[in-house]
Design a protein around this ligand. Structure first.
Ligand code: CUA
Length: 176
């Protein structure tokens, strides 16, 4: 009986450590990096959907007044919002991404670029897509139990096709 108690206590301890490693550890590392860079508190992960740059209506692909392209995403356990974005090929796309919870990392397989996303901070990277079609952008930072299935999709289309899209159609391809 006593042995069983000891075993279950050990199992609970190991589970606790595993959960901490999955959920809290990436956050702690991210928070330390953010503190070191002096960029903490730039954006509140708790109010992303309510105010500022990352409100829902501002997510996805935007054409800036100078004609450049920006993609805004929220990374969260375990998806990206929006799930799919549509961009033109052959031009630099400015990705601006923030996290609603823990540290995530977008991996762009074509170029080998990576973008670490830390809660409280907006990460930015310019990425160019050279081929048309769907590009899968996985999360490359272990962020918890659903990490393995966390990915974003980018639909790259020729520039003339992109410019024919209505502003609303440009925002996201999540429904396609
Ligand atoms: Cu997000 Cu792994």
């Amino acid at each position: 009986m006593r042995k069983r108690k000891v075993v279950s206590a050990a199992v609970i301890t190991i589970l606790g450590i595993a959960i901490w490693l999955c959920v809290r550890f990436p956050y702690e590392i991210g928070a330390s990096v953010t503190a070191l860079l002096g960029t903490s508190g730039r954006i509140d992960p708790l109010t992303l959907h309510l105010q500022g740059e990352f409100v829902e209506s501002n997510l996805g692909t935007a054409v800036e007044p100078d004609g450049s392209i920006t993609v805004r995403l929220i990374a969260q356990q375990y998806n990206f919002v929006p799930a799919c974005t549509i961009v033109p090929i052959g031009v630099p796309i400015r990705f601006r991404v923030t996290s609603a919870d823990v540290v995530h990392r977008l991996g762009f397989p074509d170029s080998g670029q990576e973008l670490e996303v830390v809660p409280g901070h907006v990460s930015e990277e310019k990425v160019q897509f050279t081929s048309a079609g769907e590009h899968v952008i996985p999360c490359n930072e272990f962020c918890g139990a659903g990490h393995w299935d966390m990915r974003s999709r980018v639909m790259a289309v020729p520039g003339d096709q992109f410019s024919k899209l209505q502003p609303q159609e440009r925002l996201t391809c999540a429904s396609r």
